[in-house]
Design a protein around this ligand. Structure first.
Ligand code: USQ
Length: 406
């Protein structure tokens, strides 16, 4: 297949591009390199040293003989350029990662809220709009989030996108229908993915577009089979308070002797997936497109659920790290259960990589190797969800102003 990977320079976009290229597909990356600019804005860098996208693709070609093409295009701002590229190349499939993906970054200020909404919604809409205009029947696979559902459970598993409901009609009959699971976003970033869902529903219904939405959990790990092949193919690995996600942050914190930063009681339960499984799921979704005029296909792209404090305790046990409980900068339920249905990927043959001490220690070792690149002042999560919460945020978990719990 000829596949366009929108956002192919990012944390999942890059290993996905390599994985698909390795599987024999013709891969074209479209990216505006915004994630690299945001590093500059925030004054942070990936824990792992990353080369330019041109250098990365050159090394991939030298190693494997396969070419990955790179195009500097901003989906949100360069509609005509995007349309021209799609008209010329007419890909069979498009993987869409080209969105601002960090909840804390999206909540930093009014400017960051505007940026995240404008960027994410425009990028998605421009893409859908261009597909219709060009009469291009490419299968669109979008990276969504488990966060569209919210995280509370009513004691039943969260289904894969659609919820069966019974409705009493005016004349007393009972009819049943499947509706999109009620959206319940917890940040501006998550809200944009809820808006994306509505755009997909409309374009699938009105124009018959073939769309798959992947509701992904929190990704952990950094390497995939392909990124391991050469040190210059290495993936990015974020540790800072805005872009570092919880499990990877704990692993890096353990490696640099920083207390593990549990927000609140750590009773938040979230869905997780290893990065290697993430790229496998994307390939499985590409191989199983919906029919034209079918409803949007939705998969829950996660393999297990964990409570934040349990993860911290597990990592403390294998690494000897200290755990601190910090005032939570986010507005979220302090404790929740989470049951998620992920049968669709399992039925397609996904054999999940689950969390175990061996794998975690391996990641701590990667982090130790690059520990000299860490700016400790960038570790605390200081982006607050409301102005009231901002006053309580802890800027110095190392100062031991908070009682350590282990
Ligand atoms: N948390 C801590 N300590 C930390 C960092 C986070 O306790 O140092 C807590 C947060 O308060 C939250 C949970 O860990 O309760 C998860 O936070 P996160 O930053 O790992 O994940 P999140 O903000 O939800 O976003 C990440 C990705 C996003 C993706 C989402 C999947 O950045 O792109 O969509 O995970 S999900 O969470 O399933 O919606």
């Amino acid at each position: 297949m000829k596949i366009a990977v929108m956002g192919g320079d990012g944390f999942i976009g890059w290993p996905t591009s390599l994985h698909l290229s390795d599987a024999g597909h013709e891969v074209h990356i479209l990216d505006n390199l915004s994630r690299r600019w945001i590093d500059t804005e925030l004054g942070v860098q990936s824990l792992t040293p990353m080369d330019s996208i041109q250098e990365r693709t050159r090394i991939w070609h030298a190693e494997t003989g396969r070419r990955i093409h790179f195009n500097l295009i901003d989906l949100a701002k360069d509609y005509e350029l995007l349309k021209t590229w799609l008209a010329e190349h007419r890909p069979d499939a498009i993987v869409h990662f080209a969105e601002q993906r960090a909840a804390p970054y999206s909540m930093k200020s009014d400017r960051h809220k505007n940026y995240t909404v404008n960027n994410n919604v425009s990028a998605t809409h421009n893409l859908l709009n261009a597909l219709v205009e060009l009469n291009l029947d490419a299968h669109l696979v979008h990276l969504g989030t488990m966060g569209v559902y919210g995280y509370s459970t009513v004691g039943a598993a969260i289904p894969e996108g659609y919820l069966p409901v019974g409705i009493e009609t005016a004349d007393g009959r009972s009819v049943s229908q499947e509706i999109l699971y009620p959206a319940n976003p917890g940040s501006i970033y998550h809200m944009t993915k809820c808006l994306d869902q509505l755009l997909f529903q409309f374009y699938a219904k009105n124009d018959g577009l073939r769309i798959t939405d992947l509701h992904q959990g929190i990704v952990w790990g950094t390497h995939t089979e392909q990124t391991r092949r050469h040190q210059q193919l290495i993936n990015r690995f974020d540790y800072d308070g805005d872009y570092g996600t919880v499990l990877n942050r704990f692993l890096i914190q353990a490696a640099i002797g920083y207390p593990l930063t549990v927000h609140g009681t750590g009773g938040q339960t979230r869905a997780f997936i290893h990065i290697q499984d993430s790229v496998r799921c994307i390939e499985l979704a590409l191989k199983n497109p919906p029919q034209r005029n079918a409803r949007v296909e939705i998969f829950n792209q996660m393999t297990e659920t964990h409570r934040v404090r349990d993860l911290a305790e597990m990592i403390a046990k294998i690494s000897g790290a200290e755990v601190v409980r910090l005032p939570n900068p986010r507005k979220e339920a302090p404790e929740n259960d989470l049951i998620v249905n992920n049968d669709k990927f399992l039925n397609l043959g996904l054999a999940p990589i689950t969390l175990e001490a061996g794998l975690l220690s391996e990641i701590v070792d990667v982090a130790k190797k690059y520990a000299y690149r860490v700016d400790r002042s960038r570790v605390p999560a200081v982006s607050a969800w409301t102005k009231d919460i901002a006053a309580t945020v802890n800027h110095d978990p190392e100062g031991k102003r908070l009682k350590s719990v282990s």
